[in-house]
Design a protein around this ligand. Sequence first.
Ligand SMILES: [Mg+2]
Length: 260
Amino acid sequence: MTTALPRDLQSALGAFAVRDTILIALDFDGTLAPLVDDPEASRMISPARLALEELTEMAGVTIALVTGRAIDSIMRVSEPLEAWYLVGSHGIEVVSPGKLQHYETPWVVPEALTSAFVTVVDAHPGSRLEQKPFGLALHTRGVDPVIAAAAEAAAHEVCASWGGDLAVRTGHGIVECSIHHATKADGLEEIQKRVTPDATLFAGDDMTDEDGFGVLGPSDVAIRVGGGETIAPYGLADASAVAEALWFIHSRRSSATAGS
Ligand SMILES: [Mg+2]
């Protein structure tokens, strides 16, 4: 198999692939799916989807999607297999396989906070509001940069003047706040507790994914996607490269199984 994966990552993935039980945890937007202006239009690229389907079939492999989206939203855009774990709302929602069908996202954001965000959206053409179970997100992707910056500043102001205990995050074209505090690290650790894998791989492209990288150990693999300042020892350019890494794991694990 020819590969453009960096050599050091290849050896890390090779060692990871042959552990008895592995957890492959992946952010969705920007990691498995290219970033798009309309969050509802976001879809996994098919090489990544196929790799995850194949990996799901392998003994000892657990797949998890770890996203800032609400469970409700990640289910719509990712169409998860039944065997997958889902972490939504940056670690607040953690759903095990088989629990998905009866899972209902709780929606508990105060009305006053919602209407303050609606005011921001109304004043900045093109910006959009996403309602999350424990928070709100202002989206500005594709919006005129001047308007986007003004909208983001206004959203930050709403959060600052709310006075309560809001967790505020800024990402690619997004400002969001939540009324509960959790990070992707909490979600990742919760799955690790349920699955007890020998090793974990986590890949993501956002600042919020750095929390996840922070709880990985020496036998785990942390991959920052798309560049940027990171504590992850490895990097990949985009979803296509992530798909390639997934196929690499699949191929190494297949040969190891065939040889034993
Ligand atoms: Mg992302």
